[in-house]
Design a protein around this ligand. Sequence first.
Ligand SMILES: Cc1cc2nc3c(=O)[nH]c(=O)nc-3n(C[C@H](O)[C@H](O)[C@H](O)COP(=O)(O)O)c2cc1C
Length: 384
Amino acid sequence: MDRRGFIKTIGGSGLVIAASGLSLTGCDQMPQSAVAPWDGPAPTLPDREWMLGYAILAPNPHNRQPWLADLSKANEITLFADPERLLPHTDPFGRQILIGHGTFLELLDIAARERGYRTEIILFPDGEPAGDSLEIGDKPVARIQLEKDAAIPSDPLFKDILTRRSNKESYQEAYLTATDKEIIQSLPLLSGQRSGVATSEADVSPLREFARIAVLKEIETPRTLLESVELTRIGADEIAQNPDGIDLHGPLFWWLKRFGLMSHEKAITPGTIAYQGGVDYAMGWVDGTYNMGWLVTSDNSRSAQVNAGRSYVRLNLMATNAGIAIHPVSQVLQEYPEMHDIQTAFLEHLGIKTPETVQMFYRLGYQSDVSPSPRRRMPDIVMS
Ligand SMILES: Cc1cc2nc3c(=O)[nH]c(=O)nc-3n(C[C@H](O)[C@H](O)[C@H](O)COP(=O)(O)O)c2cc1C
């Protein structure tokens, strides 16, 4: 992530000038190893590994990549949530983690078709976990049965998998064109789903403010901020070691780290450049929001959460194809007590009544392409 807000925060400090003066502007780039999966899997890989090489490119909360795939049975993949990769503070019931399994399953399905396989995807084959706890790790999330079928049509969205991004920049001041709004609204929804989109200042303005106060609440709540900060990889070395989480790299962060101004401890301490840079960055993208969308399910079952992920990633791929930037902003949807009042007001504003659940809330707009986020290697998610 190239956080422009940080540049605003330290603009007067001379660090940027120092970095460029010392010809260090090219240093600390994203390590090649962390983005190599975006070249796509080698065609020579066995079929299931090849499909998984696409599935790991799925959008997922905090880039935790919380997937484990069991390949022990022929023609089958069993998918588990990795219990080491949950988000207990910002996602206390694993709802977002399971959405991140839906995105994975959808890309897996698209890739399977491309390789001439029909899939049968059975969600929670050994039973659906309860919705009110983080105990989602011991039983499989899905069993994917693969059957060769020469007649299976390929999915037109396959070609967008490698260029799909979550674009976390401030967007151009522009409302979606009628054509682009139609594209967003043309997402084929699964049973029990509905979606909404706001593309005028009158409609977006209150949503932007919900996004703003929710982000500030997450930052001002020490344990939720800490959860994100602990997952922040500062600099190329840390990213290469842990190609997940929130990645900060480039000469600016290299200098800040070198001067002791950018560390996990500084980032949770109000008044520091690192903390204020985070606030300014978030306020930058909040201000740069001119269109927003949301995906709602008729209940909040575990299957509904997974299916929301399947639809969301298709929307992300359709947006990629149309040149529309998209960025999930989940803070207002998160289920920790400090967020409760903000969330209640947000749901009331959208007219959502329990058990209906907003699973995804996202910015839409126009911005130049961003570089890919890190990924672990495909073999890292295969259970041995
Ligand atoms: C369920 C879910 C929730 C997400 N919430 C946020 C969010 O609140 N803020 C954010 O910046 N990105 C959010 N994202 C996007 C992820 O951060 C992003 O997918 C991940 O960093 C990988 O980047 P990529 O999508 O560009 O591959 C979310 C993604 C998913 C699937």
